[in-house]
Design a protein around this ligand. Structure first.
Ligand code: NAD
Length: 261
């Protein structure tokens, strides 16, 4: 165990001595990513706009033996992201992994543009697209030439289907993944994305009407329900040395949905 780990009490594991930042880390995928990375020994830094929830999630991870710190912040706020990444790097000695997960995808932000109007559509693109840019630029100086440095952006199967502003924002995330992979390659930083399909989180089970669930399921090649663990596995793979030659890719975790496009 490294000096850095002893100091911050991170659990031993394959990621002992590494630091992982997860945006949108208070709940859903972000919480699952943070919990999994902390379980492998990383010191986890969670950022979320929901101050109370991010603090609670960090506390939960610490209670289960991991190292986690919660920061309240909006991913579109460049100055705040620079300050948080700077603090995380000062405490832990650098940043090894960044998961750009924060995103708007509730019903409210999944409507046609004519219904959402310009203000909501702008906010959708600011969080889902500009947020990825702001966090990547803020983390990059602290990731340069660290062994295994890696960024994973969370896009969506909706990116490959077309037809919604949400999907278009996620198509931009897939595009930015290639752009940043090219720009940050010289710094030794790999950049990949995951496009999750229909993943049966508590929110999806509760909010997505049965008829829509059936329709989406029928688009899959295999008759399997997607689970949070499937997306977590993809993230653990892409951020590991097993994926050391993979950069600029978007991995669809969809059961085949949207693979034909
Ligand atoms: N759940 C799915 O089935 C699914 C499928 C495809 C893609 N995704 C994508 O995965 C990501 C996470 O999805 P989820 O289901 O866990 O979502 P969620 O809504 O459960 O959690 C998102 C988190 O991001 C935070 N957040 C929102 N705006 C923020 C901002 N401006 N700054 C900081 N934090 C902010 C929220 O407070 C929340 O804690 C999103 O980018 C989403 O678009 C989800």
């Amino acid at each position: 165990m490294t000096q850095r780990n002893r100091r911050h009490g991170a659990a031993p594991g394959p990621r002992a001595g590494t630091t992982a930042v997860v945006t949108g880390g208070a709940r859903g995928f972000g919480k699952a990513f943070g919990t999994a990375l902390a379980g492998e020994g990383a010191a986890v830094v969670l950022i979320d706009i929901d101050a109370a929830a991010v603090e609670q999630t960090a506390t939960d991870i610490r209670h289960s033996g991991g190292s986690a710190t919660g920061f309240a912040g909006d991913v579109t706020d460049e100055a705040a992201m620079n300050a948080i990444m700077g603090r995380a790097a000062a405490v832990h000695g650098g940043i090894d992994i960044l998961i750009n997960n924060a995103g708007l995808h509730s019903d409210e932000y999944s409507k046609p543009i004519r219904e959402m109007g310009p203000a909501k559509t702008r906010r959708l693109f600011e969080v889902n697209v500009v947020g990825v840019i702001a966090c990547t630029l803020a983390a990059q100086p602290h990731m340069v030439h660290r062994a295994g440095a890696s960024i994973v952006n969370i896009a969506s199967a909706a990116a490959h289907l077309g037809g919604t502003a949400y999907g278009t924002s996620k198509l931009a995330v897939a595009g930015l993944t290639i752009t940043f992979a090219r720009e940050l390659g010289a710094d030794g930083i790999r950049v990949n994305a995951i496009s999750p399909g229909m993943i049966f989180t508590d929110t999806i089970r509760a909010e997505l009407p049965d008829a829509v669930q059936q329709r989406v399921k029928a688009m899959q090649f295999i008759d399997t329900d997607g689970a949070e663990a499937d997306v977590v596995e993809a993230m653990l793979y892409l951020t590991s040395d097993r994926a050391r030659f993979i950069t600029g890719e978007t991995l669809r975790v969809t059961g085949g949905m949207a693979s034909g496009t």
